[in-house]
Ligand binder design. Structure first.
Ligand code: ZN
Ligand code: ZN
Ligand code: FE
Length: 740
């Protein structure tokens, strides 16, 4: 039997089932599968097989293989030790928030695990972050240094117990210990580290707190001075901070929580959910400057639950303990050296984190969850491939939010995003994570897939691997990613809007209409290309000037805001600027014209601010765009839109209205291009991919238009639409090419 059956209480479930049906035999983990032998009355065996699919909440059975064997005349049913080497596509469950039963014990003064921050059972607890090797047994986890006490051992050995073979099980007598340390790493002389941490946070100080997948930096989210200090320390000028709240009631006080978001917040994955913030509910302005979105999450570990019991109604900023985009700090000595200077103390424990894993981030778009960051609770997951990989294949992903994928047979395992690969530190984290996944899953690639861009660190890595390589165009990979995400294996229209990716013609693409499937594609249309001056990614005003020049108009109000020096430097730079069809840069240009963002500290900042503005406006008339056919395909000409933006900025129209009309115009223009492509190709399936489709307004309007016109529209729900999902598409393309 194949599937997500290790570490989810599957063997105990099988044991109970067999015992109920009075069947004899055994169950064991073997070569990455669960191996079961049963004997008994034919009807009982049949009932047994049927019931296997109704296993524990976290289990996922992918395949059941059955053979008849001679009757051995056995009595009793046993769980045997794990055997074999991990050769198949072994799947490990992710880290799961404490279950109801464990929470009840946590707050029961009569329970022996009362207030024990490390309790867990077969239904919950750490998994992927503590596993060193497979098969999944206590000896292969970072809990191996905590020998179980007699009481824990009894539970662990008892098939009727909730903790039967719960590998990370612990209690106050035998488990890890919590301690407070000062910024220099010296112990804080307190009896109760939890109470100390709560006191410190309530006093407006900043703490580093060791969570499930790494360290968070935490402070009172209502305290502007504390939040500003944290922001300064992290050198993260504008990215929003996530906020952890005690429960759903508190989440609803801070943000508008729809039914889908409610379910996501409370799910055992416990992701950060991006939600429309309620005004004036007391979060410090520096939590998410300029945005109407709040990233909220509920406690994801017993430690968090205990902390909130002490804090009562204080919401906590809980941002990854790292510098800018580096991976989350997860080692204790590193926490002291790197985070110590930013905090007033650290809440540390001695359960080692083997694999750092950031919090997952999800947004609800058109009533469905869309991953923004697929990490704790989700990665590395198994994702079904529409076409199986005949050869074990490694897809190395792109350059930003770099994520790799391992493909073998019918499934892909997708790593969490490991950061932007500009620095040595992030590259080392990428290589370490890759080596760990390969070792853990017994994976050796026969083929390596990479982006067409020759200068990505991942491309260079692939080419240096000495293995057969396949280069895949960036936007084709995005399109294939959305197809794989939705299990599609048919020709589609791919609308791929992002920042930039190298096209086969040597220019930077980013507003693309592709037609094809995983085997091949053609560029059937694109946004009008404009020169992209150097430095435009960090300074959207440069893109605004490029678009104004292209549209042949000026915009006095906007130009008046620019220092003259900027204009002169730009004139020199744009003389040799390469052309781009980037949708991300179009958003930048409009945001800069509308006066939203002159300079940004991260790529999507201007677009996010523009979306926030559009959310505040109501119904509006879309700006015009024109669709032009040509021998090279269709061009979606945005000049009419830019001209209107410029004149309305000059007439001092509110930026909210401009932002809303821009979104509506782009959605209308994209639907028009899709209609043209349906007419010329007969295709009526559209996939939406690329980071721009994290924009809820654009996506929802487009889904609305296209559905109304009879298209089948797909967007992402298993992997992010941005570059964090790229590797899945690379893999799907490689798999299609491996078919006979
Ligand atoms: Zn539990
Ligand atoms: Zn114990
Ligand atoms: Fe991209």
């Amino acid at each position: 039997m194949l599937g997500l059956v290790q570490g989810v209480g599957f063997r105990p479930f099988v044991h109970r089932l067999a015992s109920t049906l009075r069947l004899a035999g055994f169950v064991r983990n073997h070569d990455g599968c669960v191996n079961i032998e049963v004997e008994g009355a034919a009807a009982d065996v049949e009932a047994f097989v049927e019931a296997l699919g109704n296993g524990p909440a976290l289990a996922r059975v992918l395949q059941v293989l059955q053979t008849e064997i001679p009757v051995l005349g056995e009595t009793g049913f046993v769980i045997l030790p794990s055997t074999g080497v991990p050769a198949g596509p072994i799947l490990l469950p992710p880290d799961i928030a404490p279950c109801e039963a464990c929470l009840a014990e946590l707050f029961d003064p009569g329970d022996r695990r009362h207030r024990h921050p490390f309790l867990n059972c077969t239904d919950c607890g750490p998994r992927f972050t503590v596993v060193r090797a497979l098969p999944y047994d206590r000896a292969t986890t970072t809990m191996d240094r905590f020998p179980m006490c007699a009481a824990c051992q009894r539970e662990y050995d008892d098939p009727g117990d909730r903790r039967f073979h719960a590998q990370p099980t612990a209690c106050p007598a035998c488990g890890p210990q919590l301690r407070g340390v000062d910024p220099g790493g010296a112990p804080v002389p307190v009896a109760d580290a939890l109470a100390w941490a709560a006191r410190t946070l309530k006093a407006g100080q900043v703490l580093a707190i060791k969570g499930v997948g790494g360290y968070h930096l935490a402070c009172d989210a209502r305290n502007q001075a504390a939040v500003a200090r944290l922001r300064q320390g992290k050198q993260r000028d504008a990215k929003p901070f996530a906020v952890m709240v005690a429960d759903l009631t508190m989440a609803e006080r801070l943000a508008e929580v729809g039914p889908e978001a409610r379910e996501l917040l409370a799910s055992p994955i416990r992701p950060i959910v991006l939600l429309p913030a309620r005004d004036g509910m007391g979060l410090a302005p520096d939590v998410a400057p300029g945005l109407d979105l709040a990233g909220l999450m509920l406690p994801s570990s017993p430690l968090h639950h205990l902390l909130f019991r002490e804090l009562e109604n204080v919401p906590l900023v809980m941002t990854s303990g790292n510098m800018s985009d580096a991976p989350m700090v997860h080692l204790d000595d590193e926490a002291v050296t790197k985070l110590g200077p930013l905090v007033d103390g650290l809440l540390i424990h001695d359960r080692e984190i083997h694999v750092p894993l950031d919090d997952s981030v999800v947004r609800v778009i058109a009533k469905k969850p869309v991953p923004v960051r697929r990490a704790r609770g989700l990665a590395p997951g198994p994702i079904a491939l529409p076409v199986p990989c005949r050869r074990p294949t490694l897809a190395v992903g792109g350059h930003l939010k770099a994520t790799f994928a391992l493909g073998r047979d019918a499934h892909a395992l997708l790593s969490s995003p490991l950061g932007d690969l500009d620095g040595l530190e992030t590259w080392q984290a990428y290589e370490r994570a890759l080596a760990h996944h390969e070792q853990l899953f017994g994976f050796t690639a026969d083929q390596v897939v990479h982006d067409l861009h020759p200068d990505y660190a991942t491309t260079r890595y692939a080419r240096a691997s000495g293995k057969p390589c396949l280069a895949v165009q960036h936007h084709h990979a995005h399109m294939a990613s959305c197809m794989a995400d939705n299990g599609l294996n048919e020709p589609v229209i791919g609308v791929v809007f992002d920042g930039a990716g190298l096209g086969p013609d040597g220019t930077f693409w980013g507003g693309e209409f592709l037609v094809g499937d995983c085997r091949s594609f053609r560029r059937a249309g694109h946004l009008r290309t404009v020169p992209m001056p150097g430095g435009a990614v960090r300074e959207p005003w440069r893109m605004a000037l490029a678009h104004l020049a292209d549209a042949g108009v000026g915009c006095k109000a906007f130009e008046g805001r620019l220092p003259g020096e900027d204009r002169r430097r730009l004139a020199i730079a744009s003389a040799r600027a390469p052309l781009t069809s980037s949708a991300g840069r179009l958003f930048d240009a409009v945001a800069a014209l509308a006066g939203v963002c002159g300079r940004v500290s991260f790529e999507a900042q201007a677009a996010m601010a523009l979306e926030a503005l559009a959310t505040r406006a109501g119904e509006c008339t879309p700006y015009p765009t024109t669709v032009e056919g040509g021998p090279e395909g269709i061009t979606l000409d945005t000049r009419p839109c830019i001209r209107q933006v410029a004149s309305e900025v000059d007439r001092d129209l509110p930026p909210e209205a401009i932002a809303a009309r821009f979104h509506a115009g782009l959605a209308a223009g994209i639907s028009q291009v899709c209609a043209h492509l349906r007419a010329s190709t007969g295709l009526s399936t559209v996939v939406l991919s690329g980071g721009v489709f994290l924009n809820a307004i654009l996506t929802e309007q487009l889904v609305g238009h296209l559905s109304a016109e009879g298209f089948r529209v797909y967007w992402h729900h298993q992997v992010p639409p941005g570059d964090g999902g790229l590797a899945l598409g690379q893999l799907a393309i490689a798999a299609a090419g491996q078919e006979a």
